[in-house]
Design a protein around this ligand. Sequence first.
Ligand code: ZN
Length: 111
Amino acid sequence: MNCHEFQTLIQPFLKKEEMPPEQLEAFLEHAAVCRECYDELEIYYILQIGLNEAEHSDTSLDFRSELKHFLWRAGRDLEYLNRFSWLRNTIVVSAEIITVFSLILCMIGLF
Ligand SMILES: [Zn+2]
């Protein structure tokens, strides 16, 4: 992902809009390696979420660590998603194997 792509995804990311897992992964990777984009993300975060939260709660105003936590949560969700798709693929493959075996058993039974 390049800087331009990253910057167009900042708003959807902060609004927690659905993103394909590969795109989210690329986004998080870019945030981890590109200082300029991370700074940009931080500014948007402070403006959008930070100020909004500050109005509604008197909890910490430490936006930097809150953003890190936000990114960490997104990464964790992605991990769950990847694990889940692995599990889903395993179930699909198992179901296919069972279907093939039942077909074989039927054939053996028939002949
Ligand atoms: Zn960048």
